[in-house]
Design a protein around this ligand. Structure first.
Ligand code: SOE
Length: 407
């Protein structure tokens, strides 16, 4: 057994593209603790915490080791239950008290969107590193304030657009950057869900704040299309202008916080088209009313030489068609992104064995920690995530005013 200060090194022997894992005990390798204070114990609190817990096991070369110092949530009982389940050392019920603590290095924000700005700016002012769940802010103006605060304080930061770190998507980025697709003509993305179709579903409060415009800022635009936009900006560059339509299918819902039936002001569905600055055309659709779809995030990119397709329900595969292939075998290649030369995959199992959704958060923690050692922020930074916010604002304005809107 390795002692606390020892790390079990995993060495890899590469044989015919097949990796054999051999576990040996290393001499004492000291890691530097990085004390995490996480605000919010919901779904995202769990995904991030899992990332912190797993990262050093699978990325043993990383110098920093996240320590689950404190979980913060308004409901003491829930926060304590979360601390017990996930092994946080302490509990806070006031995020300001958390930020005031000297033993916290990084604040991770997993609370509803309307609280991101206040917590992030206070954390930056106190000199803490800030990791913020997506979307960055309620709107671009608020996002700009957040960027200024972070930059003025000079603290390390990142925004959790986790899908960038699905190995198949990272591979797509690599193929595009290598120029394999040639000139890009089309970018198409969807994010379809069906969980808000019932008229009985209330809005507001824990779990359902995504339906409350005062907590979420917008509906599917900020929640789901924001993911599609972040990936698109990363893979295909800036968007110059948009033309959108939105719909709110269920106009009133009981509000959990007031107990009254109130107007629903979020967008239940949003479709937009756009021009990218590289000359390609974009088409995006998102809804929570696509019966049968739980989290169908897909995109397709069509270039002069080749096309790429990806689907979250099959996230470890990348579909690739290259017109330059010999015509007798030309067709869609189904790349099973599990070989050890694929992004991040040398850290996991043997070729053919895939990883999933939770690993994207482990990867983001790993990249964040590597950059902490270098003193660099991690992409997407607050400033980069602000670009997504600007597109969301333009989309919502275009839909409201029925016009083309510049980003
Ligand atoms: C909404 O249902 C949601 O949980 C989003 O908030 C996440 O960002 C997305 O990844 C999955 O769907």
């Amino acid at each position: 057994m390795a002692s606390d200060n020892e790390v079990v090194w995993v060495t890899q022997l590469k044989l015919n593209n097949y990796i054999l894992y051999k576990t040996i005990e290393s001499p004492h390798i000291m890691t530097t603790p990085l004390n995490i204070g996480l605000v919010g114990y919901g779904f995202m609190g769990r995904t991030h915490t899992n990332g912190y817990k797993r990262v050093n096991d699978f990325f043993p070369e990383i110098e920093h080791r996240p320590v689950l110092k404190a979980i913060c949530g308004r409901n003491k009982e829930n926060a304590e239950a979360f601390a017990k389940q996930w092994q946080y050392e302490s509990v806070e019920t006031d995020w300001q008290a958390l930020i005031a603590r000297d033993d916290i290095d990084a604040i991770d924000i997993c609370t509803p969107n309307n609280t991101h700005a206040e917590i992030a700016m206070a954390a930056a002012k106190a000199g803490k590193m800030v990791l913020c769940e997506k979307p960055l802010s309620m709107n671009a103006a608020q996002g700009e304030e957040m960027c200024k605060a972070i930059e003025e304080a000079g603290v390390l930061n990142t925004v959790w657009y986790n899908y960038r770190r699905v190995p198949a998507i990272t591979l797509a980025k690599q193929l595009i950057d290598e120029g394999r697709l040639g000139r890009i003509f089309h970018y198409r993305a969807n994010f379809l869900q069906d969980w808000t179709i019932s008229t009985d579903l209330p809005q507001g409060g824990e779990g359902l704040w995504r339906l409350d415009v005062n907590a979420a800022g917008s509906g599917v635009t900020g929640d789901l299309l924001a993911h599609c936009i972040d990936t698109a900006l990363w893979l295909n560059g800036s968007i110059s202008d948009v033309n959108a339509m939105t719909e709110t299918f269920i106009k009133e819902r009981m509000h959990n916080l007031t107990g009254k039936v109130e107007k629903v002001s979020i967008d239940d569905a949003c479709t937009f088209m756009c021009h990218f600055e590289n000359g390609s055309l974009g088409l995006f659709e998102s809804t929570r009313y696509a019966r049968g779809h739980k989290a169908l995030y897909t995109f397709e990119i069509n270039g002069e030489h080749a096309s790429i397709k990806w689907d979250l329900h099959d996230l470890h595969r990348l579909e690739y068609f290259d017109h330059r292939d010999d015509s007798l075998v030309r067709g869609w290649h189904d790349i099973h992104v599990t070989d050890t030369d694929m992004p991040y995959m040398d850290k996991w199992w043997v070729p053919g064995l895939q990883i999933g959704y939770e690993h994207t958060f482990v990867h983001q923690v790993a990249d964040f920690l590597k950059n902490v050692a270098l003193g660099k922020p991690t992409s997407p930074t607050f400033r980069e995530a602000l670009e997504t916010q600007k597109v969301c604002d333009a989309v919502l304005k275009s839909a409201k005013e029925k016009i083309w809107e510049d980003v």
